[in-house]
Design a protein around this ligand. Structure first.
Ligand SMILES: [Zn+2]
Ligand SMILES: [Zn+2]
Length: 402
């Protein structure tokens, strides 16, 4: 057995040894979920576990989020800095799992499995802290708030988590119901969509419901806009281009006999490609302008770019594949067959850091039907914590062991 093979055996053994600690930690987070940018208790729990494990952390300006740091003790020829990111926030969803460690907050739940993602980074951190003598360079542990708002990564980057020393590789694990516990998957290339939010205000002078001819009709205009918007992807894009344009809210009116002065429509656009994104934005602008003008209404459009698309780098994917081959059976690793139109603010890190990857970790127990993320019935299999922790630790060792 060579040096790395011996270390890989240790990684697996340490991960298994930590199984109960990690499960207990995740269940505690699960019981006490906190919404985006309110993760004070969660941040404190992370700091406590880091301290108990002899891992340092650097104070941040923001109240939530933690930056842990582990320096390896071996000497390397060049300085290497790898970051591992875990997202820590929960969602405004009522939990319906019936688990004994269900959320104590009525309308808040770790329905995206960020309790598990956070715990996997902590697991990797503890494994690495015990193997400090074997590797060199620096490992940064980014526990990020506010992923569900797609604003947390930007806030952590603004606080300098990628600087001093400069991070040059970054990885994250996210639980994925589509894979069975014990499996991991990664997509080579552009994997997740960019996300934009649009808000359209349609205005009119308002009128009595009995005398519509005395005003313009904001409700009817809004309905026409929604219909026209739903033609953009099907009629203006090539069938070979991927894009989503969804209207998700429409609000207006106070009473059955008053025509409202304002109707507000909000929705999201998701794209894998910049040109397609530009085409969608131009189409929304044209539809709002054209339909409101035709119907004698006022119109205002705001489009906010939330996150860019997420692209896994070639060497990042290779690093995941190599690490998986060292610590798990070959059938446990999958190159994912296709991208998805969901979005992740991890893409902000991948725009600043030259190499890295966003990894899917299976969380559905063998033989069980997958329950989607963001469902009140979603649960994260505790066994997956062992898989994800070992994988992240091994990715670092493959790079940092001299
Ligand atoms: Zn989510
Ligand atoms: Zn998530």
């Amino acid at each position: 057995m060579n040096k790395m093979q011996k270390l890989s055996v240790q990684v697996n053994a340490l991960a298994k040894e930590l199984a109960n600690t990690l499960a207990a930690f995740r269940r505690d987070l699960h019981r006490h979920p906190e919404l985006s940018f309110q993760e004070k208790r969660t941040s404190q729990a992370i700091r406590n576990l880091l301290s108990q494990s002899g891992i340092d952390f650097i104070p941040l300006e923001a109240e939530t989020g933690v930056l842990g740091v582990i320096e390896g003790h071996a000497t390397l020829d060049s300085s290497l800095v790898t970051a591992l990111r875990g997202d820590i926030d929960a969602l405004p969803i009522k939990e319906m799992t019936g688990l004994e460690y269900s959320s104590v907050h009525p309308q808040v739940m770790h329905a995206c499995g960020h309790d598990g993602n956070t715990t996997m980074v902590l697991g990797a951190a503890i494994i690495l802290s015990r193997l400090r003598a074997s590797f060199g360079g620096v490992v940064k542990l980014i526990f990020q708030p506010g992923e569900e708002t797609l604003r947390g990564a930007k806030s952590m980057i603004a606080q300098g988590v990628l600087d001093n020393p400069r991070v040059d590789r970054i990885y994250a694990c996210h639980g994925w119901p589509g894979l069975t516990t014990g499996q991991i998957g990664v997509y080579p290339g552009r994997y997740m969509a960019s996300a934009g939010r649009f808000e359209i205000s349609v205005t009119s002078s308002g009128s009595h419901g009995a005398y519509p001819h005395q005003a313009s009709d904001a409700t009817l205009t809004a309905c026409e806009i929604v219909q026209r918007l739903n033609c953009v992807v099907s009629r203006e894009l090539s069938a070979l281009d991927s894009a989503v344009l969804s209207v998700c809210t429409i609000n207006g009116g106070e009473a059955f006999n008053i025509m409202p002065e304002k109707v507000i429509i909000t929705g999201t656009i998701r794209c894998l490609n910049k040109d397609v994104e530009a085409c969608l934005k131009a189409a929304i602008e044209r539809v709002v302008e054209g339909v409101t003008k035709t119907n004698r209404c006022g119109g205002n459009l705001i489009i906010e770019d939330l996150v860019p698309s997420l692209c896994n780098s070639t060497s990042g994917v290779e690093a995941v594949q190599l690490a998986a081959s060292r610590i798990m059976p070959s059938e446990a690793f999958a190159l994912l067959p296709q991208p998805c139109m969901g979005s992740e603010d991890f893409s902000h890190y991948l725009q600043k850091v030259p190499e890295g990857a966003f990894i899917r970790v299976g969380v559905t127990p063998e033989g069980q039907h997958p329950i989607p993320l963001h469902s009140g019935k979603f649960n994260f299999d505790d066994q997956s914590l062992v898989t994800g922790s070992a994988l992240l630790a091994q990715i670092v060792l493959d790079r940092h062991v001299p």
